[in-house]
Design a binder for this molecule. Structure first.
Ligand code: CTP
Ligand code: MG
Length: 249
């Protein structure tokens, strides 16, 4: 096939190298089971469910690369989907950068998806990919926020009272999810030039924004929520149980 005839390739980088401190003691978050299957396997399957995705790069804890490889070898993916496992870094931003470095040159669209969002529906994944293929350089799925959000002057001691600085207009706020989709060159450029101190960037689109490039929002989905605290595990298992019940009828 000539280069021109080849369809654009889409790869997904899944950062899964976090410990899951807020979830409490136990295995690294991505390896925690939801209804008997590790969260990471749910997340990889959610990406592989899109026909457009030909490669999934999983970024594993540095001491867990072999374990994650075995895990993915043991759980069937569609034949069209390849996977690779690479070692992650100390921050999410570093892990994404290491995952991006393992994406082959011929990939034009890259998605970044948190292993901690195992239940995102395939329609959301496809909507993000379509928006990138239609010309957007950075695309984020997002939901309107339901709580009113306050900006505060953070207290030095956790739990201490804090002063409110501002109340942004709720109707203008969106809570962003993943997968976030990018023109590959733009995301690589962002990771090469935007270095955030401390925790690093919690959001890849935010790094592209800092380059001055436009970021587009498409509708997210309530089932794309991030598993962060123990109650989120209960919610995730309830969503899976509802899906199973609905499939049965
Ligand atoms: N992540 C990563 N490498 C890191 C830190 C985070 O790949 N050094 C990944 C996590 O595995 C997760 C995603 O980034 O899939 C989103 O991060 P978060 O929800 O904060 O997960 P953790 O960092 O694992 O959780 P916590 O912050 O509670 O420790
Ligand atoms: Mg974290």
């Amino acid at each position: 096939m000539s280069d021109e005839a080849r369809p654009p390739r889409t790869a997904v980088v899944i950062p899964a190298a976090g410990r899951g401190v807020r979830l409490g003691p136990g295995a690294p978050k991505a390896l925690r089971a939801l209804n008997g299957t590790p969260m990471l396997v749910h997340a990889v399957r959610a990406m592989a469910a899109s026909r457009a995705v030909s490669l999934v790069v999983v970024v594993a804890p540095a001491d867990g690369v072999a374990e994650v490889k075995h895990l993915l070898d043991d759980h069937a993916l569609p034949e069209r989907t390849d996977y690779r496992v690479v070692a992650g870094g100390d921050t999410r931003q570093e892990s994404v950068r290491l995952g991006l470095a393992a994406v082959p040159e011929d990939v034009t669209t890259v998605l970044v998806h948190d292993a901690a969002r195992p239940l995102v529906p395939v329609d959301t994944v496809d909507a993000v990919i379509e928006a990138v293929r239609d010309g957007a350089v950075a695309v984020v799925p997002a939901m309107p926020v339901t709580d009113t959000v306050k900006e505060v002057e953070p207290a030095e001691k956790p739990g201490a009272p804090e002063q409110v600085v501002a109340t942004p207009v709720r109707a203008r706020l969106r809570a962003v999810q993943t997968p976030q989709g990018f023109d590959r060159a733009t995301l690589v450029d962002a990771h090469a030039t935007v270095a955030l101190a401390g925790e690093g960037a919690t959001d890849d689109a935010g790094m592209v924004e800092r380059l001055g490039a436009p970021v587009t929002v498409v509708p997210g989905h309530e089932e794309a929520f991030k598993v962060t605290r123990p109650l989120d595990l209960v919610l995730a298992e309830a969503v899976l149980a509802r899906r199973r019940a609905n499939d049965g009828f």
